[in-house]
Design a binder for this molecule. Structure first.
Ligand SMILES: [Zn+2]
Length: 89
């Protein structure tokens, strides 16, 4: 019983984290969840990865320079262009 919990924490926790990170970066969550469960190093890879496209709720794409930055930021951190929320919703 205790071994099960130990294994669950050892592989399940990084796998769940990898799943969440992959989702927020527009990657395949199942694949990256599995990879992170086996090699937690992939969590670091995911963490520093910036998506190429806008992912609503997670990353915005700058209309000026085309780079992606965090959704909660109100201005592009690369060129300083302010976010214009013209899209409905
Ligand atoms: Zn920009």
């Amino acid at each position: 019983m205790n071994e099960m919990i130990f294994l669950l924490l050892l592989f399940g926790l990084p796998a769940a984290l990898g799943f969440k990170l992959a989702l927020s970066r527009g990657k395949n969550p199942l694949l990256w969840g599995m990879l992170s469960g086996v090699f937690p190093f992939f969590l670091v890879v995911l963490h520093f990865h910036r998506p190429d496209n806008e992912i609503p709720g997670h990353f915005r794409k700058c209309t000026h320079c085309g780079r992606t930055f965090r959704w909660k930021d109100t201005a592009c951190k690369y060129c300083g262009t302010e976010v214009s929320d013209s899209k409905p919703g």
